[in-house]
Design a protein around this ligand. Sequence first.
Ligand code: PLP
Length: 417
Amino acid sequence: MHDLPDSIPALWSAQAHMPSVLGRQLVIDRGEGNYVFTADGRRLFDGTAGLWHANIGHGRPEMAEVAAAQIRRLETYHVFGRYVNDRALELAEKVASVAPIDDARIILNSGGSDSIDVALKLARRYWQLRGRPERTAILSRDLAYHGLHAYGTSVAGLDFNREGYGTDSLVPDTVRFDTYDIERVRETVERVGPHRIAAIIAEPIQGTGGVIPPTPGYLEGLQAIADEHDILLILDEVITGFGRTGEWFAAQRYGLRPHIVAMAKGISSGYSAVGGIIVAPELWRPFYEADAPIYRHGTTYSGHATAAALALENLAIIEREGLLGRVRELEAVLETELAGLAGDDRVAQVRHAGLLGGIELRPEVSAEQVTDRMVEQGWIARPLRGNVIQLSPPFTTTDAELRELVAAVPTAMDALR
Ligand code: PLP
């Protein structure tokens, strides 16, 4: 064991390599609009919207007022048994009204990883109830990220998140398949046996895997395979949900008909910890019949009233300020700016969909070093697997800010020469 510094914070940032970050952590203590401020007074443009979540920008006074008013009236009451609270009811109605599934029902919880666990558990539970207990396998894509609870860790296609547990999967019956080629997906389905498969889960646009939009026809191909074999299609819209592609959901952009949609992040833009699933009638109805069992998935904070009030206000802001349309405008700016960067000989590929951009650098240039340099120059960007730089700013970004954000990438690369 080597010596540790005399004083180290009690907070273990378990998604950080602690020896590398100790002594150089960026403590964010204030946010305003598209900017955050460090405790030592530096102003940083939030070019990733945090972890793709701060869609309406930071520090909105109207959100502070909603939180204060709700807590004065009722901080929360749980939604177990006969109890429910008015805010959870309202939020579910609102989500159902914009959902890519008709006549949907909504289960609420506390975040994206939660929503994946409840979605995958529900898929298996549904087939048990339908008298098809052999349908237990979950198929997921190579390079997929579905959060870090046990189920999400197991189905993810990012091996580094699954290392060190002494087993390839924390839950049985997870199968990963090729990311791009729909024929290979068909082969996997045949190999596993369609009658054994409960669900296919996919991010419409892969985020953490390196901002990978679907190739033309790919998602439609997944839908066709699901339809053909009676397999449930689960879309993980934790990043794409609530506007990041210029529609409420990417399912609407790509014309998909999922059975379950997992959501989080953009439902509250980070003002409260909310996630959940949107469920199609064929899955929820069996649990609503007179002789139905209880689904038995709930946590203390499922449908938390203050969290729900903040999510409702966030969705109202998105509507009031026309932010879906604004994302479509910003997508066009992003496309143009990234195209300009594609000719740079240090750039291997640029990718985008909606207000999600990925700049893949050639191996000679390190995305980690470039983003470190960018933050010194006032721009937050994030290195992703595959030597990719993530750009996904808030929906409230101006055209000029977006142009400057993209331009900050070659500027930082120049400074590293
Ligand atoms: N699914 C996707 C596609 C994500 O990108 C994330 C988080 O980045 C999650 C699930 C997990 O969400 P959370 O971090 O809120 O648990």
